[in-house]
Design a protein around this ligand. Sequence first.
Ligand code: ZN
Length: 115
Amino acid sequence: MRREGSCHCGGIAFDVEGEFASAMDCNCSMCRRRGGLLAFVPRDKLTLKTPTEKVSTYQFNKHQIAHHFCATCGIAPYGEGKGPNGAMMAAINLRCVPSIDLATLEIQKINGASF
Ligand SMILES: [Zn+2]
């Protein structure tokens, strides 16, 4: 199923293809501050509909994940990185996909602080 997502101001907007029944709630040093609910999809399931110049990027630790955010409104809709098999993945912040009822998601606690 194809769904639309965006940051708050609309500077970053995208379509994402996938079934989203669960999300990850991570406790790493960044996620605990940012508070997103993440779901991974192959990168080619994410289609950015706005110019890439609107996408700001933050990296930390081993710089394996590009944490993208909007410099205008501060919202972080997605990230990009390589999965365990080397394929490019996108981590979608399901809080930025309005058609998903967050209350129905099965929340998986991820102990990112231990990675
Ligand atoms: Zn924005």
